[in-house]
Ligand binder design. Structure first.
Ligand code: HEC
Ligand code: HEC
Length: 406
């Protein structure tokens, strides 16, 4: 048994009697993923550390059961669970007052940074009929943004099959990269390499800009930015609070010697990541007609149906993990030192289930259907979009049925 674990959680997880130690890690990881964190100081060190500023109290609030953001419509009001407002300039530098993300919640005694609301508006752009768009409004509880700060919406993707993304061979991805479009097919993906402390270059795999190399890093990023939990990966008990936010910096932290003097320990981060890594990918039902249409339309050039792991075993990931310029219509306003605002990592086509209309697609959830998501493709995917639009209605329906089940 590991000393630093919250004991109540281990007992709860062990109640399901996992057979092996790694199964116990996964069970505790699930409990931590579902856990609602509370404000420090609390009666138990094991549960506190929330905030001071935060967007949600649990991973599970945004990724329900490991799934994607959901749209809930109540009495005409639209609530998007798992939507966040990122802020920064075109180089990814944070706003000097609000930081990298607007936290619309705060622990008691502190004002949230903003009030963020969502509403449904009907689509005027012609990207499908009978559908609606989610408009996001926010009111700041503080000074206006600094010059150069822009905002951009992001929605939580499904975490299904992300363990496969972690196993994809780096060399296989590097072999697909074609930054100068040498093969002249109009598609020029760029691989993101992230230098780690020990000097190794690791492949960026996670996040819409491929900015995290592992589930561990992405988990620690989310813990800090979305929930306000520090860990040995991010020693920031104040999460996304900036030095200008004096009120925030005056709140108590949940740092504890039991957790490497942070709010959660490195082991806890590892266990959450271990749980995420085993969220299963839905089975791929082979369909010769749809697969042929997918390939002939040029989708498979980026959404590569299968990539090998280091031992050559095929993994059904439907991505090349490369960044592509998707054109001005899909471009955001925030970039970073590597990725331009118009560049996005090819979304893995894993778990696209429309959930009876509760699901949204693309980085900011602008697409209410898979059809609309494809019609927003531009830039390097312009030719593929045109090919898709030229399919006849029956072929398009067959392709969409296949994608919905992926
Ligand atoms: C407030 C909502 C919210 C919370 C809470 C949240 N996430 Fe996320 N998650 C998101 C959004 C939005 C993205 C996409 C962000 C991006 O790529 O810039 C994301 C992306 C991810 C990804 C990357 C998936 C991929 O395909 O690249 C992983 C993994 C992930 N989250 C895990 C977690 C874990 C683990 C937790 C809890 C520690 C968590 N998230 C908490 C909203 C949330
Ligand atoms: C040039 C590379 C490229 C090509 C070609 C391409 N895509 Fe994409 N696709 C992307 C990228 C990048 C994204 C993520 C864009 C975003 O989030 O804004 C994406 C997103 C998607 C999504 C939304 C997934 C989600 O989880 O929200 C679907 C569905 C999709 N593509 C299907 C297709 C189909 C079908 C084709 C062929 C007609 C195709 N794509 C061709 C790069 C490509």
């Amino acid at each position: 048994m590991r000393a630093s674990l919250p004991i109540a959680m281990v007992i709860a997880a062990a109640a399901t009697l996992p057979a092996k130690a790694e199964d116990l890690d996964i069970a505790v990881g699930k409990a931590l993923f579902d856990k609602q964190w509370v404000q420090a100081p609390a009666s138990t060190d094991a549960s506190d550390g929330l905030g001071p500023l935060f967007n949600a109290k649990a991973c599970n609030s945004c990724h329900k059961d490991g799934g994607a953001a959901r749209l809930i419509v109540l009495d005409g009001e639209a609530i998007m669970r798992g939507l966040v407002v990122r802020i920064g300039n075109s180089m990814g530098e944070p706003d000097p007052f609000y930081g990298h993300q607007l936290q619309d919640r705060a622990v008691s005694g502190l004002l949230p940074e903003a009030r963020v609301t969502t509403r449904l508006v009907s689509v005027a752009s012609g990207f499908g009929t009978g559908t609606s768009d989610v408009a996001v409004d926010f009111t700041l509880n503080g000074p206006g943004f600094a010059d150069g700060t822009s905002s951009e919406i992001r929605i939580a993707p499904s975490l299904a099959g992300r363990g496969l993304i972690e196993q994809v061979s780096k060399d296989a991805v590097l072999a697909l990269a074609d930054p100068d479009d040498r093969d002249g097919n109009g598609i020029s993906g760029r691989a993101r390499l992230i230098l780690s402390d020990d000097g190794r270059e690791r492949l960026g795999r996670f996040g819409v800009k491929a900015s995290a190399a592992s589930l561990r890093e992405q988990t620690a990023d989310a813990a800090a930015l979305d929930i306000g939990l520090s860990s040995p990966v991010h020693r920031t008990a104040y999460g996304d609070c900036t030095p200008a936010q004096k009120d925030c910096l005056g709140m108590a932290t949940g740092n504890s010697p039991a957790f490497e003097n942070e709010e959660i320990s490195g082991e806890m981060v590892d266990m959450i990541a271990a749980y995420v890594a085993v969220l299963p990918r839905p089975a791929v039902n082979s369909d010769a007609q749809a697969e042929a249409l997918f390939a002939a339309s040029g989708c498979a050039a980026c959404h590569v149906p299968s990539l090998p792991d280091a031992a050559g075993k095929p993994l059904p990931v439907f991505t090349d993990l490369l960044l592509h310029d998707m054109g001005p219509a899909l471009a955001g306003k925030i970039g970073d030192h590597f990725a331009a605002p118009a560049e996005w990592r090819t979304a893995p086509l894993i778990d696209l289930n429309p959930l009876n209309g509760k699901r949204r697609y693309l980085h900011d959830g602008r697409a209410a259907t898979i059809d609309m998501a494809i019609r927003w493709h531009g830039g390097e995917a312009e030719k593929a979009r045109t090919a898709y639009e030229l399919l006849d209605a029956e072929e398009r329906a067959a392709l969409l049925r296949y994608l919905e089940a992926l």
